[in-house]
Design a binder for this molecule. Sequence first.
Ligand SMILES: *Cc1c(COP(=O)(O)O)cnc(C)c1O
Length: 185
Amino acid sequence: RVLFRSRTALEASLAALEGGKFAFSFSSGLAAEQAVLQALEPGAKVLVSEDVYGGTGRLFRRLFARYGFQFEFLDLSDLAAVEAAVDANTKLIWVETPTNPLLRVIDIAAMAKIANKVGAILAVDNTFASPILQSPLALGAHLVVHSTTKYIGGHSDLIGGALVTSDEALAEKLRFVQFAAGAVN
Ligand SMILES: *Cc1c(COP(=O)(O)O)cnc(C)c1O
């Protein structure tokens, strides 16, 4: 017997929109972002778009930096700078493209190549483009992040967040964080 909950239906729709195998919905975009960091080990190095959404910057710099995560904010359109910044301790590259609010565009496929070299997760915040205009997983990203509060939800109709991936091991970790930490919707 399959218990088909409303959250399962939402997650199946989000996975289909992004062309991913697994989706996890959260109580907000920031809750989804927290779950990504909680799926890493403390001390992980994270490369981040320098003009990332303000709330994301605050979450990383002012909250998770206190738990030993090493965030490096840089211009991810400068591939040489990214190549120079990645190392074996880089566990996550956090791309927001286009960025909110400056609308800078970053080459997702190029970021995927760099991430794969060191075995880092490439996460793309696809909130601004929406799945209609950009499919990060098809371009090589391992994880898509959404604030469904914005375009997906219709702006101002609801508060929500989502993560989408086709990576089974990553999905397993995210599923546990979603279950254990409780930022669900
Ligand atoms: C709004 C926004 C978020 C945060 O989402 P909330 O649902 O407000 O928590 C994350 N990333 C981007 C690009 C956003 O615009």
